[in-house]
Design a protein around this ligand. Structure first.
Ligand SMILES: Cc1cc2nc3c(=O)[nH]c(=O)nc-3n(C[C@H](O)[C@H](O)[C@H](O)COP(=O)(O)O)c2cc1C
Length: 170
């Protein structure tokens, strides 16, 4: 897929086929995350990849809107150190968003769907993922081949271009 098609095809995928993701494709998606830009290049992330079905099911219980994690072929847990300040917390949110988007585009390029999930129950996430006490799971990104294959979306459900784009001044 061309980059522009991958960008236009990406959407949150929550229903997956049973097909597993080849290791080299999963590694490419993780490499996309590793290469993401971050504030002062501090790279505040670690990535825990889960493919075991039982573990995926347990992980899906960390948030009420994370059921798709249980059905995914693989889920990447984005893990951060507990922030030392509000500023660090803000940087983590921005930087993890960039890593997430890089993964989503790399996945779409391979015809693989991705679906965010927030994490509410940090204790459960820590336990399922075996995280040290000074780390938390910022987000989950579920991956899998979509039941409805990805294709460029011509009319995305977004605010109109002319509404969000301001040229020169507001
Ligand atoms: C920070 C963030 C958290 C999200 N958390 C969840 C979630 O917990 N569960 C879920 O099903 N979708 C989650 N989403 C997906 C959004 O609902 C989705 O991206 C949005 O509705 C736009 O749809 P699209 O990605 O298909 O274009 C999250 C997205 C973001 C950016």
């Amino acid at each position: 897929m061309q980059t522009w098609d991958a960008i236009r095809s990406r959407r949150n995928v929550r229903e997956y086929t049973d097909r597993s993701i080849p290791d080299e494709d999963l590694d490419r998606i993780l490499e996309a995350a590793r290469r993401a830009p971050s504030s002062r290049n501090w790279q505040p992330w670690d990535f825990v990849v889960v493919t075991d079905r039982r573990q995926l099911q347990e992980l899906s219980e960390v948030w009420r809107a994370a059921a798709h994690v249980a059905r995914s072929a693989a889920t990447v847990a984005l893990v951060a150190r507990e922030p030392a300040s509000q500023q660090e917390r803000d940087w983590i949110q921005y930087d993890f968003g960039q890593a997430t988007m890089s993964m989503a585009i790399a996945a779409a390029d391979l015809g693989i769907g991705s679906g965010h999930a927030s994490v509410a129950d940090q204790e459960r996430a820590r336990q399922v993922l075996g995280l040290p006490p000074d780390r938390f799971c910022a987000y989950l990104v579920a991956l899998g081949y979509p039941r409805q294959p990805l294709r460029p979306i011509s009319e995305p459900n977004r605010r109109p271009f002319g509404d969000v784009v301001h040229r020169g001044r507001w």
